[in-house]
Structures are given as C-alpha cells and as structure tokens.
Design a protein around this ligand. Sequence first.
Ligand code: FES
Length: 198
Amino acid sequence: MSDQPVDKSRRTWVAIACGAGAVGGVATAIPFVSTFQPSERARAAGAAVEVDISTLKPGEMITVEWRGKPVWILHRTPEQIASLAKTESQVADPKSERTQYPTPEYARNQHRSIKPEIFVGVGICSHLGCSPVSKFTPGAQPSLPDDWQGGFLCPCHGSTFDMAGRVFKNKPAPDNLEVPPHMYLSDTKLLIGEDKRA
Ligand code: FES
C-alpha cells in the first residue's frame, strides 16, 4: 500500500493515502476491505447493494462498498439529529444546493436523508478524495473547534463535516459528502445505488 496520485476528474478514492477505513472513531487503519459486505459478483458488476440495517443501533455506523466506493450508513441518535440545527449556519451549503455532486431530491433537507435517523453518504472527501474519519464525540479535541457538535474530520487537509456530511465553511473541501442514490426496500432493508425500482 502506497500513496497514489489523485485522479480528480474521477474523484478516485485514495483512502490508503489517508489512513482511512477507520470506523466509529477508531484511529488505527483497519483494512477497508474487512468492512465490505456485498458479494464479489455484485461488486464487480457495480450493481446496487442491499444492506440489512436491522441490527444497526443508534450511534453506530457501518461501511459497505458500492461501485468501489465506501458508503457509510449511520444510525444517528436524537442528539446527533439535533446537532444539525446548530451547525446549519456554520456549513457552506446547508441546503445541499450545489450541483457538482447533486444531492438526490429526497435528501435535500437538513438531515440529508430519507429518514432523519439514517444517513447514507459516500465516505470520500470532496477535496482530494481522502476518506474522512468519524468524530462523533462533541466538544473540544485536537484538530476540531471547541464547539464541535460531532461529525467527520478529513485528516488530509482538515476539512470537517457535520453529522449530515455537510462541509463546514472555509475548508479545502468544496462540497458536502455525496449522498448516493438509495431507497428502502423495507423498514430494515436499504438498497444502495438505485432509487427508482418499480
Ligand atoms: S482530501 Fe479531505 S481535506 Fe483534502
């Protein structure tokens, strides 16, 4: 594993250059592949990925792979949802109106999701493609402001995102984290990569 050039045009995921793969605030580099859930066949085809979220508890996040990208599925706590009102005035694009990586219409709201408690986002920084790490614990800590409400930190150049993947103002990252197309097949089953199944 070595650093690789960043292909900005394709926004290639260069997590290896960023110590990514850390989930749930764990700082050590966990091999990303260990968190992959879909089958090899689905991955190879770039197919939509079904994810069972029945055991995902409030405060927990899992990572699945879709089209070679890490997709986070985060079950937010009521406090984490409430934090989004506090960060509203501090983020660069609170209503997800920018169009470079368009946010699906059903996620163009404060929580950037279909259900307020479940956030689905691509874990790739919109700056140079590193994978941000979760920093869910509120409060002052290294590399974060004293009034930190919880969110994500991209360790590469310090971009920060709130609990809905909205980038804070005046950071290197130009855009919010991407919300992939997704839909619910049932209360506990998500489909990542498709949102128009008849
Ligand atoms: S790649 Fe995330 S801040 Fe530069």
